[in-house]
Design a protein around this ligand. Structure first.
Ligand code: BYC
Length: 319
């Protein structure tokens, strides 16, 4: 008697995938998934990983010039955390079949994006505080819902990342609070940093919903749980009271509470600036990518040594 395997058609697999997503269960690496879902996940996770790695540069710029041992230790820990986030995320992308050296190559050749926010310079130590407060604050708003994203390895990586981002946000706020209680010159540094980073932080959430080609599909697949505009509004609502507590004025004359909407209204965002920065023409794009390329080339001997060690170890285990 011959046993025949029951045929599993593409339609059955797709139905199973759709039902899993609809029930808010996770898609795991070995599950069948539509190629569009796989491609979208690889794109988003890779861009996210690249952002964490490139995001080490603006703050890393201040490690050797931190004003005290305490501030230096905090900043070192934060920048190391970002490296860790990049590594979990590259591993999550690998579970989808992406090749890590290929992802790095796409980043350093400018074929894959990373967050626009890291293409702005860090001009004073107050920028470290403002990045923690606003940039990590925006990252938390965006990433907490991603803990419920439909792709298991991504959602799980996000849980640890969000815990660490919360520490980053608090260290930024605490640094700014200290500076705001300091000298007039320190308060002026904070004011200047907030003015430079406020609008780019709002741009981190991506283009407005009407111009976001990926949102509808990613919401249907429960990769994204909220639209770009919803999260941007949530960030503004969360941040205005924090600015008041700090005693800083956000650089938007149109920012005011709208009781009817139950949200803060805010002014028009310059979307041409976001397009320019995303397409490689921000103030620091060339510098960030060149630095990453140099670091990759300088690290070639480490990769070679690790590969040689692994081959030797494998040989020893076989013998
Ligand atoms: N910058 O259809 P859309 C961090 C791209 S790291 C650059 O709305 P989607 C931190 C977008 O990718 C923070 N590109 O896309 C680290 C898409 O690209 P394609 C990073 C942007 O994916 C160190 C195109 O524009 N966080 O927090 O539905 C220190 C059209 O957009 C940007 C993440 O990566 C941008 N701002 O939504 C401190 C979170 N916005 O299709 C802090 C995960 C859009 O042309 N990612 N694009 O290749 C996401 O949640 C979503 O991918 C986005 C965009 C909301 C960013």
């Amino acid at each position: 008697m011959t046993l025949t395997q029951p045929e599993v058609s593409e339609v059955d697999l797709e139905g199973h995938f759709e039902r899993t997503v609809a029930k808010d269960q996770r898609i795991e690496p070995r599950d069948w998934m539509p190629e569009g879902y796989r491609a979208t996940m690889i794109r988003q996770i890779a861009q996210h990983a690249h952002s964490e790695i490139i995001g080490m540069q603006p703050e890393g710029n201040w490690i050797t010039r931190a004003p005290s041992l305490r501030r230096k230790a905090i900043l070192l820990a934060k920048v190391q955390d970002e490296a860790g986030h990049g590594l979990y995320l590259y591993s999550a992308a690998e579970t989808l079949g992406a090749d890590r050296p290929d992802l790095t190559e796409r980043l350093i050749s400018g074929r894959q994006k990373y967050s626009s926010i890291f293409n702005y310079p860090t001009l004073s130590f107050a920028d470290v505080g403002v990045i923690g407060w606003l940039v990590d604050g925006a990252a938390i708003c965006n990433q907490v819902p991603l803990c419920r994203s439909s792709y298991g390895p991504y959602a799980r990586a996000m849980i640890r990342i969000c815990k660490e981002e919360s520490f980053h946000q608090r260290q930024g706020f605490e640094l700014l609070m200290t500076m705001m209680k300091g000298t007039t010159a320190q308060r002026e540094m904070v004011r200047d940093a907030v003015n430079r980073f406020w609008w780019p932080s709002l741009m981190m959430f991506g283009p407005p919903d009407a111009d976001s080609p990926n949102t509808a599909r990613s919401m249907a697949w429960r990769i994204k749980r909220h639209t770009n505009d919803e999260l941007r509004q949530r960030f503004v609502d969360m941040t205005v009271p924090q600015a008041e507590a700090l005693g800083v004025t956000l650089p938007d004359p149109d920012l005011k509470w709208n009781a009817a909407r139950g949200h803060y209204d805010f002014g028009a965002i310059d979307w041409t600036e976001l397009k320019r920065v995303i397409s490689g023409e921000g103030p620091c794009n060339a510098q960030r990518v060149a630095h990453r390329r140099r670091a990759h080339e300088d690290g070639a001997w480490v990769r070679e040594a690790a590969a040689a060690y692994a081959a030797k170890h494998e040989g020893a285990v076989r013998d």
